[in-house]
Design a protein around this ligand. Structure first.
Ligand code: NAD
Length: 544
């Protein structure tokens, strides 16, 4: 068992806005882009880390509260996090209790009015600084995240590009949020003011630890809120390293607080009486509980980014090579551990067989292996429990006489690693659990359709409504389909693209609220209406 010692940040005090401004300016001028050493005497790297893998010899494992890494109030409260490649323990991580969440909320509450009162551009500058630090520490962040999640290192590096983009995007929004003036009566001056909501609880899953943390924290912090985030108990490490980088920006202490742990800590956030909003990303089952806890406590605001079962629809006139590529990526990127995975591939009957042949050819090129190797396209699933649940679905598909391609176990890679090749089913009924339930793993099915109306009916016959794809060369087919599909997001001749500029979020059992885009930052604002009678003795008042 390897236990990492956490970084203890040097004590810093709240600084007045001017000092922060000056610091932000000097950061911008000097382009401060190097990270100071994070540890004085790092312990040796753990045995499961290859030399070339850039995992820093020292990683924070404690909660990040008020700008410092601190153990749980009961220091014995820890939990292990595992490497999915070989099932070995990477580190013992501090596990938050209700009291630890209280401490994080108190820090966030104290910092919030100071943070909101700063010039908005200063808040944006802190996010920019963080994006620079991520750029300079991308190798370390990618190595940590890959170790903890099993993702190929190069995939995490690509994800980090997006993470920086999101930070820059919201850094830009910080000083551009504006209310409205509303003229409805003489002598009355009316306007709306956008304000921060206050302290935001944020709960994230394990499938994209860095992206999802930044999707949530960046708009909240840009608007002057403060944050108490809980990472997933399966992938806590990379977000803690992100905190070490945030500690080196001009962000006030207490603006970003991150606790680790599982359901107990999550419930403490959802029920907390001093949290003003909870933003949750995770399963629909837990999302329902979050909403109930928010309602039963202080009726805090709620936004929910939940599960999905994306339909990816291929018409006969589509560029088939392109469609195969997007359907392959849509279903199997990140091993299908993706809320908007296009795991229901609906293909027009006349090109069904050709499409399936091409997709299988593509699947043959997959290289499942060690996430640190540059030629690996797919690492392990998150853990062996998840692998077992994926096998259960495969067994159910085979029992129902579906035709299976792939889905092979790979014990030779590592008997304790959660490795599997992508699996494709054909000839399963559209009502089979493989075609209707969120598996969150590398299983897709191809279902044929004849007419456009049939494709719409099949696609919309789901309790989920997060994302869908359409592949066609015909503009009117594309627009008719886009209008008919009940989904928060429709991709046409592409899939899985989530640029920071476009709102992302589901309908029905896929949740409520949006992340990214302007709507993503509005989720972290309160609107105040101000109605001012500036001429009490004016004509209008005299008459009425
Ligand atoms: P999960 O619901 O099991 O856990 C999500 C988070 O909630 C974790 O941090 C977990 O510790 C916490 N949690 C668990 N039980 C809790 C409880 N009772 N109260 C409070 N918090 C609790 O989901 P997961 O397995 O981590 O992630 C997979 C799910 O996330 C999938 O359903 C996927 O579709 C969804 N997801 C959705 C999006 C989106 O943007 N819509 C993005 C990524 C993942």
């Amino acid at each position: 068992m390897t236990t990492f010692r956490a970084v203890t940040a040097s004590a810093r005090h709240y600084r007045p806005a001017q000092c922060l401004l000056a610091q932000s300016r000097s950061v911008a001028r000097l382009g401060r882009r190097s990270l100071a050493t994070v540890s004085q005497s790092p312990p040796p790297p753990p045995p499961n880390v290859k030399k070339h893998s850039r995992v820093p010899s020292f990683m924070p494992t404690q909660h990040f509260i008020r700008g410092r890494f601190v153990p749980s109030i009961d220091p014995d409260r820890t939990f292990p996090t595992y490497n999915p490649t070989d099932g070995t323990e990477i580190a013992e991580v501090s596990e938050a209790s209700e009291e630890d969440v209280d401490a994080a909320v108190a820090a966030a509450r104290r910092a919030q009015p100071f943070w909101e009162s700063l010039p908005a551009g200063v808040r944006g500058a802190a996010l920019l600084e963080l994006s620079f630090l991520i750029h300079d520490n991308a190798a370390e962040l990618a190595a940590i995240d890959s170790l903890d999640s099993g993702k190929p290192v190069h995939d995490v590096r690509a994800e980090l590009q997006e993470v920086q983009h999101v930070l820059r995007y919201y850094a830009g929004w910080a000083d551009k949020m504006r209310g409205q003036t509303v003229q409805f009566e003489q002598d009355i001056h009316s306007y709306t003011r956008l304000e921060a909501i206050g302290v935001i609880g944020q709960i994230v899953p394990w499938n994209y630890p860095l992206s999802l943390a930044v999707w949530k924290m960046a708009p909240a912090i840009a608007m002057g809120n403060t944050v108490v985030m809980k990472t997933s108990e399966k992938t806590p490490l990379s977000t803690l390293y992100l905190c070490e980088l945030a500690r080196q920006t001009s962000m006030l202490k207490g603006v970003l607080n991150v606790v680790s742990g599982g359901a107990e800590a999550g419930m403490a956030i959802a029920r907390h009486m001093d949290i003003d909003k909870v933003s949750f990303t995770g399963s629909t089952a837990v999302g329902r509980k979050i909403m109930a806890m928010a309602a039963e406590s202080n009726l805090k605001k709620v936004s929910l980014e939940l599960g999905g079962k994306g339909a990816n629809i291929v018409f006969a006139d589509a560029d088939l090579e392109e469609a195969v590529e997007h359907c392959f990526q849509g279903a199997f990127s990140n091993n299908g551990q993706n809320c908007c995975a296009g795991s229901r591939i609906l293909v027009q009957s006349s090109v069904h067989d050709e499409f399936v042949d091409k997709l299988q050819e593509k699947m043959d090129k997959v290289v499942v292996g060690d996430p640190r190797d540059s030629d690996t396209t797919h690492g392990p699933l998150i853990d062996s429990d998840h692998l077992a649940s994926v096998y259960e679905y495969i067994a159910a598909g085979v029992a129902s006489r579906g035709t299976l391609y792939g889905g092979d176990p790979l014990p030779h890679l590592n008997p304790r690693g959660a490795f599997i090749t992508p699996a494709l089913f054909t000839y399963l009924p559209a009502t089979h659990p493989i075609a209707t339930e969120e598996i969150f793993g590398p299983i897709a099915c191809v279902i044929p359709f004849d007419e456009q109306e049939e494709a719409i009916e099949l696609a919309n016959a789901s309790p989920y409504a997060l994302a869908a794809g359409v592949h066609t060369r015909d503009l009117s087919t594309a627009i008719m389909m886009e209008k008919s599909l009940n989904a928060g997001l429709v991709w046409i001749n592409t899939y899985n693209r989530t640029p920071p500029h476009m709102p992302f979020g589901g309908r029905k059992s896929s949740g409520m609220g949006k992340e990214l885009g302007e709507m993503g930052i509005r989720e972290y604002t309160e609107t105040k209406s101000v109605i001012m009678n500036y001429h009490p003795k004016g004509l209008w008042n005299a008459v009425f």
